[in-house]
Design a protein around this ligand. Structure first.
Ligand code: ADP
Ligand code: MG
Length: 319
């Protein structure tokens, strides 16, 4: 792309002084300074137009979300975000789109203190790949494979908002305008739980971010840890919008199977209950206890009255 150099200078060379960036954008590769004893935590995610976001998504929202999904992975490891690279494939050099994209991207980058240190720019159908790097010290880093029998299971925030928003956006369902605005914001501007992930490090046994839906992502913890779980359906944290939908339709598909919420799911020993409850006030992030890790593999869902609930893939309950 002939304009590549100018485009990068104009939109992405937002060089903030970060002392751990020895050499940032402009050379063949970046040079980054990692403190002795720290470990590097690396993740990457690609977003493709029409696959990961609807075609009419605003450039600002695409910029924000491409970084958010990567920060959410760092959060789930309990890592401190440090640097990221951006590989952009663009159909054309559309400066208006690039201005919007970079403003959404840097909005979140500045909030979370992560520096853009390089990337690549090519021509083709719109796709965005971000690789984010963070650090953990002293052998930290929380895995998904280390849940223990008897652990409490928790979820941050609320479940199902983004999927409900997407269904509203694609006109599969009708939502009240207030609910639509809320869910659409959750879909387009997910705030990764970076501070929460960092705070929880050291108090939890296992953690994952909820990108594919609660059942799927909890399932990853359980299968990697060779454990099962009991979940109390009525303790799942729901926003007013999702609660209204669940009550109206008696359908749990959004909170159980809806993706894109970027909340954290984690397991922690019972001894840390008080500490975890204290994080709710300290961080201003809701954390709900939703179940327990058990020996027997699989997921058991319980209703409020203690009955075992069967829920099919579409999310409808069969008592
Ligand atoms: P090379 O030919 O060595 O790969 P490029 O021309 O692709 O170099 O990139 C020049 C510099 O600009 C490099 O430092 C690269 O990391 C940076 N860069 C390229 N594209 C982007 C982008 N989309 N965002 C941030 N930095 C970029
Ligand atoms: Mg290149």
């Amino acid at each position: 792309m002939p304009l590549e150099f100018e485009l990068i200078q104009q939109f992405f060379n937002n060089a903030q002084a970060q002392s751990d960036v020895v050499c940032g954008i402009g050379d063949d590769a970046a040079i980054l300074s990692v403190a002795c004893g720290d470990q590097l935590v690396v993740t990457a995610d690609t977003l493709i137009r029409g696959v990961h976001f609807p075609n009419d998504t605003l450039a600002e929202d695409i910029g924000f979300k491409s970084l958010a999904v990567n920060l959410s992975d760092l959060a789930a490891m309990g890592a401190t975000p440090r640097w990221f690279t951006l590989s952009l494939t663009l159909p054309e050099a559309d400066t208006e789109w690039l201005a919007g994209f970079s403003s959404g991207l840097f909005d979140l980058a500045q909030k979370e203190g992560i520096a853009l240190v390089g990337g690549d720019t090519t021509r083709g159908p719109l796709s965005i790949t971000i690789q984010a790097m963070g650090t953990v010290s002293g052998g930290g880093g929380v895995r998904r494979s280390t849940a223990e029998v008897g652990d409490d299971l928790y979820v941050t925030g609320t479940l199902g908002d983004a999927a409900l928003g997407l269904a509203g956006r694609l006109r599969k369902i009708m939502l009240e305008s207030e609910d639509f605005l809320f869910c659409n914001q959750r879909l387009n501007r997910p705030r990764p739980r970076v501070a929460t992930g960092l705070a929880l490090q050291g108090y939890v046994h296992s953690m994952i971010d909820c990108s594919d839906g609660f059942v799927a992502d909890l399932g990853h913890i359980l299968s990697a840890s060779h454990k099962g779980a009991e979940i109390y359906l009525h303790s799942l944290p729901l926003s007013d919008a999702v609660r209204r939908w669940v009550e109206q339709e008696s359908g749990w598909q959004y909170p159980l199977y809806g993706g894109d919420d970027y909340e954290l799911i984690f397991s922690a020993p019972v001894d840390h209950r008080t500490k975890i409850a204290a994080f709710v006030d300290a961080l201003g992030v809701p954390i709900s206890k939703v179940g327990t890790v058990i020996e027997q593999p699989g997921l058991q869902l319980y209703a409020e009255n203690g009955d075992l609930v069967n829920i099919d893939q579409s999310g409808y309950t069969h008592f």
